[in-house]
Design a protein. Structure first.
Length: 81
């Protein structure tokens, strides 16, 4: 990373990609919750009711990590430039 512009562009693309992945995951869980829950229940041994909570926590933690690690530094660099 040679400059702040390069780092800003990198974090911007990271944020865009992470927002896309979060959107795809949320849509997939919204439309295919039953088949996904059945597969994960068999793989993990958890009850399907517990998996709903796990899915929500996964999406929430992913969103928080994306905001803290990508979006906030991107915005700070944009303000600095």
């Amino acid at each position: 990373m040679n400059s702040l512009e390069t780092l800003t562009a990198f974090l911007g693309w990271c944020t865009a990609i992470n927002i896309g992945l979060l959107t795809v995951a949320a849509i997939a869980l919204g439309f295919m919750r039953v088949p996904i829950s059945q597969i994960h229940a068999k793989m993990s041994g958890l009850a399907e009711a517990d998996l709903s909570r796990a899915y929500f926590q996964y999406l929430a933690q992913y969103k928080i990590a994306m905001i803290v690690l990508n979006l906030v530094p991107y915005i700070a660099l944009k303000i600095m430039a």
